[in-house]
Design a protein. Structure first.
Length: 810
């Protein structure tokens, strides 16, 4: 940004009148054709000196000169946007480029004045919080120009910036060390600084920009931390060996306060004491949140709607809409006088749910997006659980016989109330110390049960200790992949003295894992229960590796409904090339789902013609820029799956469900729920929706903490010709059939399930094997290719049990 700012303001102000808007990468958008000196006036190279880039405030050092070459690549017709929002122009690349240019102009002024990260910038004066560990949280604002019906609007939301705390680098390192009262000598190898602690601090401060007291204000970057103190590190200076401490005593005219502590390596092999480095304020921490600070960050970021909107109103002044020369030069103006946009919304009726015979209330109408299991029987209980096992990964003193009895009584007692049947309350109980032999433990227990009863266990219940993630992975690998048996993990801290509601929630998971159905939408208002048009519902997702993880794959998942009520699902997942958004083997996945659907309808529902007449496909994780790829590459694969199975005349509807957006609702006070949010079922399908496409925003869940986020539904393809009411009703109904909860959830159940299946992909790998589940990046393309092949080769398929049941209802 500094280079382009100097270019436009100082080096060639006469060329850049009015100023252009820069995206921080390779694109500069100018409101008029620039008069460049190259051939045909299409290009020019500029030399841009930056004093602050080399030498700081030291006038004896010449500024560093940067070369900037501009080349004209395209002309944008501003009339495109007017036609676009009026519905007279398609959402093509020209329209997308025009919107991008306006967005860059919108952000240019704040990006020059505040720390920024893509579409958000952060303002210390708006709100700041010190959360320790060398971290400051700054309140920020997100902004993005969006097309609406007949006009453009600016989507503004709050954001959170995680910043390095200002002060000396010494103080920052002490905070990260986090060993009680800050004593600089804790950073001294002579006082027993463990190397693992030094490495931990080093990881945090690497990349921090600092100003060194002896360089006249020059900005330098921390590369690493030394293993020795300043009074131990020597180097040759003017023909003699001296220590770093001695050198800086001469430079500063005084001795170092803490000569024995470690130093920072900055720039090119320069070593400086921590106490002479000052951390430049406003630096964004581009690392993962330290796990023990996640709660603090969430507490700062989470705001109820009224408070969130108040922050936005106060923050508008920092957007500089009225003062920005970049906005004016693009012929734009933003009206903030009326505050946030007021749009009409309506509330859909909740989906009534039907429970089993013997329930006090067979038909239940959710209130505020929630209901409960009190006096209710499961719609279809799973088959009786003949034999089961209890494995405890806790010491017997911490999880004693009494707590085991509580678990057994809680499960079996609540199961009876819900209509489930445990054949007995005497499971085989085994205690084990946490370790890598989880599969062997479970296998041995299963064999013991079979030898004694001649019946294999139906269910294995596992008690996990605090921090038992690796045990959990081992349990799921054994149950879902290796042996094919239902497993249910419980946290020891919660289950030992749990209340009935806890066990009811656990049994909702167990029932569907063993083939049961918890509840179904009432047939009178279930938009999918159309006898004349049997419908299969699918949900699909892709989970990508972290940036820079070359050779690590992406994981894909597809879930498909089995029954006429779209409440019972099976899953298929796979591994593919990393960061590839399109699901490569979607055809085979869809065929598997269709085959299982027809088999279930034929055998369980006795349908004479089990083939679907409608296929509703919900796709998650796709950005707007990838919509065309989904239509051109994934939709044909679904059609091929239908064709190869001889399913003729099945009409497809394809919907993308978006969650990564910043549209938020603040209902009128009289309409808010108890959490201060808009009520469950609130839908917006006017004004702020797409000017040419079929989309809507649906808030399908009741509020809990902060501001609820509606899901954005974009209907990309619809052979069923659903109108808005029908499509919204289908989406909202599917948000009520998420088996694990007695609440409507934020996205349709099949999408939620696909998310879970993707996230659990690591359970397909042997947890005791030496495969590549770390986040380390590879260095060469060949190594990356080999690593990917290794991932594919070691990806074990689901067991027959998992293929046919909702094993993913964790």
């Amino acid at each position: 940004m500094e280079i382009v700012k100097a270019l436009q303001n100082d080096v060639a102000a006469q060329v850049f009148t009015p100023r252009g808007s820069y995206d921080g990468r390779k694109n500069l958008f100018s409101p008029s054709r620039l008069k460049l000196s190259g051939a045909n006036g299409d290009s020019q190279e500029f030399s841009v000196p930056l004093p602050q880039a080399n030498g700081g405030s030291n006038p004896t050092r010449p500024p560093k000169v940067f070369k900037v070459k501009l080349t004209h690549v395209n002309t944008i017709n501003p009339e495109l946007l007017e036609r676009f929002v009026q519905g007279q122009q398609s959402h093509d690349n020209e329209a997308i480029t025009a919107i991008t240019a306006c967005n860059i102009a919108l952000r240019m002024e704040p990006n020059l004045n505040y720390p920024f990260n893509v579409r958000s910038f952060f303002i210390e004066a708006l709100e700041k919080r010190d959360i320790g560990y060398g971290i400051e949280l700054w309140r920020g604002l997100f902004q993005s120009l969006r097309p609406g019906v007949s006009r453009m609007f600016v989507n503004v939301d709050i954001a959170t910036g995680m910043m390095y705390k200002r002060g000396t680098l010494l103080d920052l390192c002490l905070e990260v060390l986090d060993r009680g009262a800050p004593n600089p000598n804790m950073l001294s190898p002579g006082h027993g600084l463990p190397d693992d602690q030094r490495v931990r601090v080093q990881r945090f401060v690497t990349g921090v920009n600092v100003i060194v007291a002896t360089t006249g204000g020059k900005k330098r970057v921390v590369r690493s931390l030394t293993k020795q103190g300043a009074n131990q590190i020597t180097f040759e200076h003017n023909g003699a060996n001296i220590t770093v401490a001695q050198y800086f005593q001469r430079q500063l005219g005084r001795p170092l306060r803490f000569p024995g502590i470690i130093c920072a390596e900055i720039g090119r092999n320069a070593i400086v004491p921590l106490e002479v480095c000052t951390v430049i304020p406003g630096q964004i921490i581009r690392k993962q949140i330290p796990p023990h600070k996640t709660t603090d960050v969430l507490g700062f970021a989470t705001k109820k709607p009224a408070e969130r909107f108040d922050i936005i109103r106060r923050g508008v002044q920092y957007l500089h809409y009225g003062q920005s020369q970049y906005i004016r030069s693009f012929g734009m103006s933003v009206d903030t006088s009326q505050g946030p946009l007021q749009v009409p919304a309506r509330t859909l009726n909740p989906t009534k749910l039907t429970y089993g015979r013997g329930s006090k209330e067979i038909s239940v109408t959710p209130r505020g997006g929630a209901w409960n299991m009190i006096d209710k029987k499961l719609y279809m209980p799973c088959p009786p659980i003949a034999q089961w096992i209890l494995i405890v990964y806790e010491h017997e003193r911490r999880f004693n016989d009494e707590k085991c009895r509580n678990v057994i009584q809680g499960l079996t007692g609540e199961a009876r109330k819900m209509g489930m049947n445990f054949a007995h309350a005497n499971p085989l109980i085994r205690y084990h110390a946490p370790g890598p032999q989880v599969s062997a433990h479970l296998d041995a227990a299963g064999r013991d049960v079979f030898q004694k009863t001649k019946v294999p266990p139906t269910l294995i219940v596992v008690i996990l200790p605090e921090g038992g993630d690796e045990i959990y992975t081992g349990v799921k690998h054994f149950g879902d992949i290796v042996r094919g048996v239902a497993t249910q993990c419980l946290k020891s801290a919660k289950c030992g003295n749990a209340r009935p509601q806890y066990w009811a929630n656990v049994l909702l998971k167990v029932n569907v894992k063993l083939g049961g159905i918890n509840a179904v939408p009432d047939s009178a208002n279930n938009p999918l229960a159309d006898i004349a048009n049997p419908t299969i519902v699918m949900g699909a997702d892709v989970m990508h590796p972290a940036p820079g993880s070359d050779g690590r794959p992406s994981f894909t998942a597809l879930v498909a409904s089995l029954d006429s009520n779209a409440t019972k699902y099976i899953a298929k997942d796979n591994v593919q090339t990393g960061r590839e958004e399109i699901i490569e083997d979607l055809k085979d996945m869809a065929k598997h789902g269709l085959q299982q659907y027809m088999s279930y309808r034929s055998k369980a529902e006795k349908a004479t013609n089990p083939k679907p007449r409608r296929l509703i496909f919900f796709r998650d994780g796709v950005s707007e820029g990838q919509f065309a790829h989904v239509l051109s590459r994934e939709l044909p694969l679904i059609k091929e799956a239908l064709s190869e199975l001889g399913i003729v005349g099945c009409k497809i509807t394809l919907i993308v469900v978006g969650k990564r957006h910043h549209i938020r609702m603040n209902a009128e006070e009289r309409d808010r729920d108890k959490s201060g949010n808009a009520p469950a079922g609130t839908v917006i399908d006017r004004d702020i929706v797409h000017p040419t496409e079929f989309d809507f925003y649906l808030l399908s869940h009741g509020g809990l903490l902060g501001t609820s986020r509606p899901s954005h539904y974009s209907v990309l393809f619809d052979e069923n010709n659903f109108n808005a009411d029908a499509m919204q009703s289908i989406a909202y109904s599917l948000c009520h059939v998420y088996a694990r909860a007695t609440r409507s959830v934020s996205i349709p159940a099949p999408v939620y399930y696909a998310d879970i299946v993707c996230a659990r992909a690591k359970t397909h790998y042997d947890p005791t094997g030496r495969h590549m589940l770390s986040d380390s990046a590879t260095q060469t393309s060949q190594a990356a290719a080999n690593l990917l092949e290794n991932f594919k080769r070691n990806f074990k398929p689901l067991s027959k049990y998992a293929e046919m049941n909702m094993y993913f209802s964790v």
